[in-house]
Design a binder for this molecule. Structure first.
Ligand code: TRP
Length: 465
């Protein structure tokens, strides 16, 4: 064996430590997956895209595209055990392809920075809503009053900027402290607590008198109303909500112990994430109809419907506070995941401490965040291509970068990596392995490319579509 071969064979360990247990990994990936995407974004884009049919396309994308992409990402991450850029370069060479695969890793650094630049602003809204909840701002308010609280808040760029700054600051703090001490602690109680609170809200929604209407909106498909653009948004949301397509999960996979089953861990994450998104929809749509609101109202949807409900229920102040605290936590554990690829990259590439890297990357994201801060006030009327600056960053990342990343990741894991490598990571070549390989080789990449081409109108219409 040459020394080079020996280096490849030697058990690889990560510079940043390892998850203390399998559960810790599942929790961390779930924590990154469950966030504003489930509770803020999913209901409002489902509302904007007509409900039922959109939700069904979304579910198909989650299970048939999202799941194999997630498995591919984790297996690549664990095999490389480095930051996404270095991992893609290393494996590219090791598998006899090219180290230029590192460009796919670079997308994760850029994608994370871009997504977090707007994510942090919305997370700032939730931080501000904690304060509004505690002080009883929603108690006994009418729908118009609640809507105006939201409009007044987001209309004032200074208060939005302050909230965004607070959120980025706590974020930098946790990321600076490192994988185990920072991430695991935060996630351990947040996901279960959020689930419980969503169930309480579900009880309230069921009693709202409009549950059937909300349910019907969410689950009755009207495929006539579905455009290819909506399909692209549904697919983008599947990527966004699962945190896949940009190497964030790859970065987490680098810290995964060798004996953990990637398939089981992925399944647990996908199921938990989907449950929370569907729960959010089941809570929000009945409330939308109970209060004569418009499901297509956009990014303010959750920030209007839920405060209305809290304002009317007994114990509402406590529930509201609890809810927005938990949502802040959920956003926080996702934000950590969004920063991780860039921070790990700076640490390894430029030999900085984690604290320095977190500050540098966090500062950059904070500054970029002003594009979104101003999208809801000063620059609200500055519209191009898909809308405001916020709309465009969101579209570019969720609907283009993440699915494109998904194509590269599945192609790499299933075409470039040899069978032995991927089978070794996925626990041997059984039925599950074959299903994964089929989905990753053919279905996922082709479906993504097909939806892209359809959405930009590059494929002709065929009858029945
Ligand atoms: N999944 C997160 C949410 O639903 C957002 C997100 C997208 C994300 N990409 C990510 C989080 C990458 C961590 C890493 O809110």
């Amino acid at each position: 064996m040459t020394t080079e071969e020996a280096a490849v064979k030697a058990p690889r360990t990560s510079l940043h430590g390892q998850w203390s247990s399998r559960m810790a990994f599942v929790l961390a990936v779930t924590g990154s997956a469950v966030g504003l995407g489930n509770i803020w974004k999913f209901p409002y884009i489902a509302g904007q895209n007509g409900g039922g049919a959109f939700v069904i396309v979304y579910l198909f994308c989650v299970f048939l595209i999202g799941m194999p992409v997630m498995m591919s990402e984790i297996l690549i991450g664990r095999r490389g055990r480095r930051n996404p850029v270095a991992t893609m370069a290393l494996l590219g060479e090791e598998e006899g392809s090219s180290k230029h695969w590192r460009l796919v890793g670079s997308m994760s650094v850029i994608g994370g920075i871009l997504i977090l630049s707007y994510y942090s602003v919305i997370a700032g809204w939730t931080v501000a809503y904690v304060e509004k909840s505690v002080t009883g701002s929603f108690v006994g308010r009418s729908p118009a009053e609640i809507a105006s609280i939201f409009g007044t808040f987001t209309g004032n760029w200074v208060s939005v900027a302050v909230a965004h700054t607070i959120f980025m600051a706590i974020n930098i703090l946790v990321v600076a402290r490192g994988v185990e001490r920072g991430l695991e602690q935060a996630v351990k109680f947040m996901v279960p607590a959020l689930l419980v609170l969503m169930l309480v809200l579900l009880g309230y929604a069921i009693n709202s008198g409009h549950f059937a209407e909300g349910l019907a909106f969410m689950l009755t498909p009207n495929f006539d109303a579905l455009t290819w653009d909506s399909v692209l948004v549904a697919m983008g949301q599947a990527f966004f909500t699962l945190s896949i397509g940009m190497g964030a999960v790859m970065a987490y996979g680098a810290y995964l112990p060798a004996e953990t089953s990637i398939t089981n861990a992925s399944a647990a994450v996908v199921v938990a994430d989907t449950m929370i998104a569907l729960l959010a929809g089941l809570v929000i749509f009945p409330l939308v109809f109970a209060n004569d609101l418009n499901p297509a109202d956009g990014p303010g949807l959750v920030f209007v419907t839920l405060p209305l409900a809290f304002g009317q229920m007994s114990g509402g102040v406590v529930f509201a506070t609890l809810f927005f605290v938990l949502l802040t936590f959920a956003a926080w554990t996702s934000a950590i995941g969004l920063m991780e690829p860039a921070v790990a990259w700076v640490v390894e590439r430029f030999h900085r401490s984690r604290a320095q890297a977190a500050l540098m990357i966090g500062g950059l994201i904070w500054a970029l965040g002003f594009g979104t801060v101003l999208s809801f006030n000063v620059l609200a009327e500055t519209r191009f291509f898909k809308g405001t600056i916020f709309d465009n960053i969101d579209h570019l990342t969720s609907n283009i970068m993440l699915p494109l990343g998904g194509v590269f990741i599945t192609v790499f894991a299933s075409w470039v990596m040899c069978r032995n490598s991927s089978a070794e990571e996925l626990g041997g070549a059984g039925t599950v392995y074959s299903i994964w390989r089929f989905l990753a080789r053919y279905l996922a990449p082709l479906a993504i490319i097909f939806v892209f081409l359809k959405a930009v109108g590059l494929l002709p219409e065929f009858s029945g579509a």
